[in-house]
Design a protein around this ligand. Structure first.
Ligand code: ADP
Ligand code: ADP
Length: 225
């Protein structure tokens, strides 16, 4: 079973800038994959297609067999958990509990089931003890882990992280790596942090000028570059 299939995906912005030229790859359930490539390669554009922020491209994207289309967006956004580079774009409620509850509550989960979902997600990122605290009282590394929990609470098919190790001190970086390694979820991480990719992702994709130029074991790709 594939968590994600991207088939001949091409996309040009309205001003004519061609950002993706026929991108093809699939990610099997449970894989952890790094998406590498220089600035301007098309990584953000690709990620924006995974949860339907952009849908106008040619080709197709599907998540666990469901195509990303205007009429499937609600389901797709539940299945694709995007963790932004800045956790403060994701945390806006008075307490950690409220932030983690926000997604599942919006999809109709309530009562004890909601409390279980919130606590379960916080436990998976090692942040259960801060459940009643305001997010802005936490360290940056803690906020990033809570941001991951807000997404995990939706039980996504695939977790997509944008530069997960950015701005973390060595201890926070290590803690997040342990969390990501412990999750039994498919992961796609966009990163410039090659040691992090090597440590966490058995496989990497390298995107350059809108084309996948390499797809294989991270160790081999980084040895070649
Ligand atoms: P990356 O995330 O790898 O840095 P992007 O997906 O942001 O790459 O950009 C891919 C290409 O698309 C670049 O040439 C970039 O300048 C261009 N681009 C990105 N966003 C827009 C936009 N809104 N309008 C026009 N061109 C854009
Ligand atoms: P990232 O650091 O994630 O690669 P970028 O710095 O490439 O992001 O882009 C930041 C924002 O600017 C994005 O929303 C992107 O769509 C937009 N952007 C990038 N290049 C262009 C461009 N040539 N024209 C318009 N918007 C752009």
């Amino acid at each position: 079973m594939n968590s994600l299939e991207v088939t001949r995906l091409a996309y040009a912005y309205p001003d004519g800038t061609q950002a993706l030229f026929g991108v093809d790859f699939a990610i099997r359930r449970g894989e952890r994959v790094a998406l590498l490539g220089p600035n301007g390669a098309g990584k953000t554009t690709l990620v924006m297609h995974l949860n339907g922020i952009l849908t106008a491209g040619h080709g197709s994207v599907s998540v666990a067999g469901t195509p990303v289309r205007k009429d499937t967006l609600k389901e797709i956004r539940q299945r694709v958990g995007l963790v932004f580079q800045d956790p403060d774009d994701q945390l806006f409620m008075p307490t950690v509990r409220d932030d983690v509850a926000f997604g599942p509550a919006n999809s109709g989960v309530a009562g004890e089931e909601l409390e279980r979902a919130v606590k379960g997600a916080l436990e998976r990122v090692g942040m259960l003890e801060v459940i009643d605290r305001p997010p802005h009282h936490l360290s940056f590394g803690q906020r990033r882990r809570v941001a991951v929990a807000t997404v995990l609470a939706m039980e996504p098919e695939i977790l997509v992280l944008d530069e997960p190790s950015s701005n973390l001190d060595p201890a926070a970086r290590r803690e997040l790596a342990e969390v990501l390694r412990s999750l039994d979820v498919t992961v796609l991480m966009v990163t410039h942090d090659l040691p992090y990719a090597l440590e966490l992702c058995e496989r990497s994709l390298i995107l350059s000028d809108g084309v996948i130029v390499a797809d294989g074991p991270t160790r081999e790709l980084l040895a070649d570059s």
